[in-house]
Design a protein around this ligand. Structure first.
Ligand code: ADP
Ligand code: MG
Length: 732
């Protein structure tokens, strides 16, 4: 199909409490598709205007006829993209904008009625369309993955076993992908909701423990949607596969170092490579379209995010972007930069194609690839290694232990150029084939097993369960006193709940001698951090007391607790320097409401910002600053690790280069011998890795060496090895 432009929408949110407190002015106006921004520093200057596919005015309330609701945004963008997914195209929606501008609200939204964002609405719609299908010849399957990219590292949010950093690989047939990222089978909207929820919980736990902020990481939610059509007459089944990528990007204030104020942002700009590269990719693609040139270099490979989203940015995808805007004058520079960014994205064109029967074709090609790699290894005399039964998971060292001796295996691999890579590629390809061949039932079983692990892990940490044993969703116990987490990011706030049981509830680290009921980790959490005691008084009243442990920092309402103190419902509790909770005592709260029925609701929500201000005022501890400092250390460490890894890679390349030189020298000698003995000019192909082959031959008197692309080389590596073998008798 012809190229389609990236759909671009901008959306402006209401003032937040900070902006209202500062008496901010709204500098954004919208009429039709046009968005105008006024420079508060130069009010006389002509306002700058931009036009987009959609300009969403969400600055006021639903009573305003111009107000763009969550539903409206979904109907314009989500529905269209879902339709494309049903047609068999890849689709992508990503949200861009500064922290707090409304990206997550637009993508995820809140759980209350009419507050759900694009992702939940799209998933719900996907399943209602599937369930409404009356055509018996159609069948559908849906799988999801959810990952976070932080500091160029990929974290699987759905599988607790996948700790830390997943590898981003490139397969010649599959393109870039995340190795071992779990793709879980879902059969209903409820399943997806549960997965999103548990993914958000995993993200919250990790972020709190590491003292990270979500504003620096990207969240990528993928849905793989497969539609099978069975033709009863011919008994042929055809398949359409669409990948739906829904991306909530890191805050853009770190994207652009120009105009950044101070070193803190500049450092941030360096480290959020994914976001800076995204900007460069979008600019390069926009520029390319302007010049109608096809050959420009696009730096997709420079970051994990752009590498994984390569197809969605200017490739095989229908893509939409929502740029979230703050309305306030104080954010003018950032908002203008977001508008310019969105304006560039408008110029990108993608060439989406319907993905028809991609899996069959892919499996065929992957099998060919396996055969080719096996031939290649056989030709190099390494057949016994693959015959030893190389399972996709077996590592080279595991193979070595089964080979005659480690050193001999390594030596043999060393002298067979490219074989290490070929073995690695063979393992990778077989793993992908196994994954593609997994039956739906196997997928469901695997999904269930991972779900149980996930729940067990949360339960171990003391995260409260519902009556049915689940830990998912927002639920509020009617009686039991509990702690609820508070986070700077509203999406991560109040999603973890911990019960304070009758008697003693201990809080501490996993590695404490005594088992802890609530397990936290992080820099400032002690093995045994504090104890909650819950006692029922004679009148039936439940009283909860907090006892600090020695050397551990615990604060209640901003004050450090030195001795046991009785808690009241609504108290803020901070442990260490990043774990922030609100204590809820439902019975007590109810009684208080009964006693003073007309008590006014507090002017300000008791949220993370409230707790952090309190701590700053009373103790002079700035949690945000602590976090910045810690993040800087962490990011420096990641950067160092990356530099080291790059250095190692470079070294390996050099060693690899030495291999090739050795080989050239060896083959030259061989060819000269051939010529001397037979007087015939000979050709010898030595396969070096999967793509280019090293092509050697005698031309006149001189041995020649050049790279031949695979398409120009003989198709079968078998042929190549036969040619090689036919030289053997002469050489011997
Ligand atoms: P981001 O993800 O860009 O950092 P959020 O989506 O978390 O920002 O939004 C910050 C706050 O503003 C949240 O409390 C969110 O609920 C609120 N908000 C954002 N956009 C809107 C909107 N269009 N209408 C109402 N509230 C909004
Ligand atoms: Mg967000």
């Amino acid at each position: 199909m012809a190229g389609a432009s990236v759909k671009v929408a901008v959306r402006v949110r209401p003032f937040n409490s900070r902006e209202m407190g500062r008496d901010s002015k709204c500098i954004i106006q919208m009429t039709g598709n046009t968005t105008t921004i006024v420079n508060p520093k130069q009010p006389k200057e002509t306002p700058k205007s931009f036009s987009f596919d959609y300009s969403y005015w969400s600055h006021t309330t639903p009573e305003d006829i111009n107000y763009a609701s969550q539903k409206q945004v979904y109907q314009d963008i989500g529905e269209e993209m879902l339709q494309h997914a049903f047609e068999g195209y890849n689709v992508c929606i990503f949200a861009y904008g500064q922290t707090g501008a409304g990206k997550s609200y637009t993508m995820m939204g809140r759980q209350e009625k009419d507050q759900q964002g694009i992702i939940p609405q799209l998933c719900e719609d996907l399943f209602s369309r599937i369930n409404d299908t009356t055509n018996d010849n159609m069948s559908y399957s849906v799988e999801v993955s959810y990952m976070e990219i932080y500091c160029e590292r990929v974290r699987d949010l759905l599988n607790p076993k996948n700790k830390g950093n997943l590898r981003v690989r490139e397969h010649p047939l599959l393109g870039p992908y995340v190795e071992d990222l779990s793709k879980l089978a879902v059969t209903s909207y409820n399943d997806i909701q549960d997965l999103m929820d548990s993914g958000n919980k995993a993200r919250t736990v990790a972020a709190t423990n590491m003292n990270e902020t979500s504003s620096r990481s990207h969240a990528v939610f993928n849905i793989i949607f497969t539609q099978k059509r069975h033709d009863a007459e011919t008994d042929v089944t055809t398949e359409k596969v669409s990948k739906i990528s829904l991306v909530d990007l890191a805050g853009s204030e770190r994207a652009d170092s120009t105009g950044a104020k101070g070193t803190r942002l500049k450092e941030g700009a360096n480290i959020n490579k994914s976001l800076t590269t995204l900007g460069k990719v979008i600019s390069a693609l926009a520029e390319m379209n302007k010049k109608k040139k096809k050959t420009d270099f696009i730096p997709y490979r420079d970051s994990v995010l752009t590498w994984l989203l390569r197809e969605n940015l200017g490739g095989n995808s229908r893509t939409a972007m929502v740029a979230a805007l703050s309305p306030a004058d104080i954010n003018y520079d950032e908002t203008l930069s977001t508008l310019r960014y969105a304006d560039r994205a408008k110029q990108i064109r993608c060439n989406a194609v319907i993905n028809e029967d991609p899996n069959n074709k892919l499996i065929r090609e992957l099998k060919d690839e396996v055969a080719r790699l096996r031939d290649l290894l056989y030709a190099q005399g390494l057949g016994d290694i693959i015959d030893m039964g190389m399972s996709p998971s077996s590592s080279l060292s595991a193979l070595s232990s089964r080979a005659a001796s480690v050193s001999s295996l390594h030596e043999r691999i060393m002298f067979a150029p490219g074989s290490e890579e070929a073995i690695e590629r063979l393992k990778e390809t077989e793993k992908i084939i196994a994954e593609l061949n997994e039956t739906w039932e196997e997928k469901l079983r695997r999904t269930e097993a991972i779900r149980m692990e996930r729940e067990a892990l949360l339960a171990e940490m003391g995260v409260a369960m519902r009556e049915d044993g689940g830990t998912l969703g927002v639920f509020s116990p009617k009686k039991t006193p509990h702690l609820v987490n508070l986070n700077e990011d509203p999406l991560m706030s109040e999603c973890l709940l911990y019960y304070i049981k009758d008697g003693i509830t201990r809080v501490g680290r996993e590695d404490a001698e005594r088992r802890q009921d609530i397990v936290l980790s992080g820099h400032f959490i002690k093995e045994e951090h504090c104890i909650f005691r819950s006692n029922t008084k004679a009148g039936g009243e439940v009283v909860v007391t907090l006892e600090p442990c020695e050397g551990a920092d615990t604060y209640v309402n901003g004050k450090k607790v030195m001795e046991p103190s009785v808690l009241r419902s609504g108290n803020r509790i901070i442990m260490g320097k990043s774990h922030v909770f609100r204590f809820n005592h439902p019975e007590q709260a109810r009684q208080e409401r009964e006693r003073t029925p007309c008590a006014e609701t507090p002017a300000e929500p008791v949220d993370w910002a409230f707790a952090q201000r309190e701590l700053l005022e009373k103790q002079g501890i700035d949690m945000k600053q602590e976090m910045e400092q810690r993040l800087q250390e962490l990011e420096d460490q990641y950067r160092k690790e990356r530099e080291e890894a790059n250095y190692l890679l470079e070294q390996q390349r050099l060693v690899g280069g030495a291999h090739i030189l050795l080989l050239i020298w060896f083959i030259r000698a061989m060819l000269v011998t051939v010529k001397a003995q037979t007087g015939v000019e000979s050709l010898l192909y030595s396969p070096l890795g999967p793509d280019p082959v090293l092509h050697l031959g005698l031309n006149q008197e001189l041995p020649l060496l050049w790279w031949v692309p695979r398409s120009a080389a003989p198709r079968s590596s078998h042929l190549r090895c036969q040619e090689t073998l036919s030289l053997h008798p002469i050489l011997r």
